[in-house]
Design a protein around this ligand. Structure first.
Ligand SMILES: [Zn+2]
Length: 162
C-alpha cells in the first residue's frame, strides 16, 4: 500500500459542522481516516479504517460493494462482502457517502456527497458526474402537506450511438 494518495474529505451541508474541524487532520491519509470516522461518531475499527482508506484515498468516485470488495482483496485487506455492505451503509448513514440509485439491481456509492447529478451508461455499469451541476430540473413539484424536498437526484441514462 502506498501512502501518497490524497484524501478527499467529503462534505455536505448537514455535515459541515461536524467536519469543519480540519485541525484534527494531519495530512497523513491514515490519520485523516481516523479523524474523519471520529468526527462522524464511528469507532475507527481496523476494518473501517482500511475500507475508509481505500474508499477516500482516490478522490471522487462511484463504487459498488463488489468493486470495493475487489479493491480490498487486492490490497490484502481481509474482509467479507457482508462487512463491506454494512460498512458502506454505515458510512452512508453518517453522511460520508451518498448512495446513487441508478439501477435497481446495483447500488453505487459516491465519495462526493455534495449536490451533483449523474450520467449512467446503460449496459456498461458506468456512473459518472454531470459537470457543474447544471441540470435543468424543470419545475420542482410542490411537496405534499407536511413534507419538504430533501434532495433532487437526476440520473441521465446514456447509451452508445448506433
Ligand atoms: Zn457522483
Amino acid at each position: 500500500m502506498t501512502l501518497t494518495r490524497t484524501l478527499v474529505i467529503p462534505t455536505t451541508r448537514t455535515n459541515t459542522e461536524r467536519l469543519t474541524d480540519r485541525s484534527a487532520l494531519t495530512g497523513c491519509p491514515w490519520h485523516d481516516v481516523k479523524a474523519m470516522l471520529r468526527q462522524v461518531g464511528l469507532r475507527p475499527t481496523r476494518q473501517r479504517m482500511a475500507l475508509g482508506w481505500i474508499l477516500f484515498g482516490k478522490g471522487d468516485r462511484h463504487l459498488t460493494a463488489e468493486m470495493l470488495y475487489e479493491e480490498a482483496t487486492r490490497a490484502k485487506v481481509p474482509v467479507s462482502l457482508a462487512t463491506i455492505y454494512n460498512t458502506l451503509h454505515q458510512f452512508t448513514e453518517v453522511g460520508l457517502l451518498r448512495q446513487v440509485a441508478v439501477d435497481g439491481s446495483k447500488a453505487y456509492f459516491d465519495t462526493n456527497v455534495t449536490a451533483h447529478h449523474h450520467f449512467f451508461v446503460e449496459g456498461e455499469d458506468q456512473v459518472f458526474d454531470i459537470p457543474d451541476a447544471v441540470v435543468a430540473v424543470g419545475k420542482t413539484p410542490t411537496p405534499p402537506e407536511g413534507f419538504e424536498i430533501a434532495r433532487v437526484d437526476v440520473v441521465v441514462r446514456l447509451r452508445r450511438k448506433r
